[in-house]
Design a protein around this ligand. Structure first.
Ligand SMILES: Nc1ncnc2c1ncn2[C@@H]1O[C@H](COP(=O)(O)OP(=O)(O)OP(=O)(O)O)[C@@H](O)[C@H]1O
Length: 272
């Protein structure tokens, strides 16, 4: 969050557990997302990044605190408001989640057919425009089984932006991609944000890809707290050992590689 004003999307002192008595995934976290900016939420596996996206999308209520989008508190129990919020959201799921039995064209057309009453001629024009924006207009008639992983991610991007969302949530957009496809996807996320003025939030553990395209980033830890935040330049310059360890991908540092576990000898039932 670059200013002290209330941000467009505000996660305000949120704590969260999936069920009463279960492990607290988020512990009093506060994050802000400015309108029209690309903000990254970084952190190791299981630290609650996807959970944060679920709270923004109203899939679960915060246990404590509140999630505010454009001045409205997100309330999963208020179906009408939730529906209105979801119309403003585009979501790129981990690994794309395309319909494998549909063509590329039909995948991108899907949200338009589901959520609008546009004519097929209009839908065709929009789909081709969206595919063109990701460089895949020529692939419209292919089946999903015929496209590469990198292409699939771009098709998923075209689908996520089909309804011109104001907010786009990206869950691990670089997972499983080769370095070239990663770079292409990263640039597309930036470009789509710039051309549509969407507010983009991406969760990832690919630090350098995110730093290349984001305006601001939060670093979460496995304790379910925000350990650092700032522009990529600020975070790159940080001397905080936890930040340095995460950014440089070092195995040793304040964050332990091994989860707490019984002694090896004890676990294997052999005498020490
Ligand atoms: N529906 C659920 N019910 C109960 N626990 C869950 C549920 N979804 C996730 N969790 C747990 O919540 C924790 C945080 O998960 P989350 O998916 O938010 O992490 P993440 O940072 O996105 O991780 P990754 O990078 O591996 O996707 C994990 O320990 C996970 O096992």
């Amino acid at each position: 969050m670059s200013s002290s004003d209330t941000p467009f999307i505000h996660i305000d002192h949120v704590s969260f557990a999936y069920a009463p008595g279960q492990r607290q995934i988020l512990n009093d976290v506060t994050l802000g997302f400015d309108r029209g900016r690309v903000t990254a939420i970084l952190g190791g596996s299981g630290c609650g990044k996807t959970t944060l996206l679920r709270l923004i999308g109203g899939l679960f209520p915060a246990t404590q605190g509140r999630v505010v989008v454009d001045g409205e508190v997100v309330d999963p129990h208020n179906t009408e408001k939730l529906f209105a919020l979801r119309r403003r959201l585009g979501m790129l799921f981990q690994f794309g989640a395309l319909f494998t039995d549909l063509s590329v064209f039909d995948n991108v057309a899907y949200p338009l057919r589901e959520h609008t009453r546009l004519s097929e001629t209009m839908i065709r024009d929009i789909v081709l425009l969206k595919l063109n924006a990701v460089g895949l207009r020529g692939a419209a008639d292919l089946r999903i089984s015929e496209v590469s992983g990198g292409m699939a991610r771009r098709i998923a991007l075209a689908r996520a932006t089909a309804l011109d969302p104001e907010i786009i949530l990206y869950d691990e957009p670089f997972a499983g991609l080769d370095p070239i496809s990663m770079g292409v996807t990263a640039n597309l996320i930036r470009q789509l944000g710039e051309t549509t003025h969407a507010t983009s939030i991406l969760v990832s553990h690919d630090v350098q890809e995110c730093f290349a395209i984001c305006d601001y980033a939060y670093l979460m830890s496995s304790r379910g707290v925000v350990v650092a935040q700032g522009t990529p330049q600020e975070l790159n310059a940080s001397e905080d050992p936890e930040v340095v360890q995460f950014i440089k991908g070092q195995p040793d540092g304040p964050v332990r590689f091994h989860m707490p576990a019984p002694d090896m000898a004890e676990a294997f039932g052999v005498a020490p």
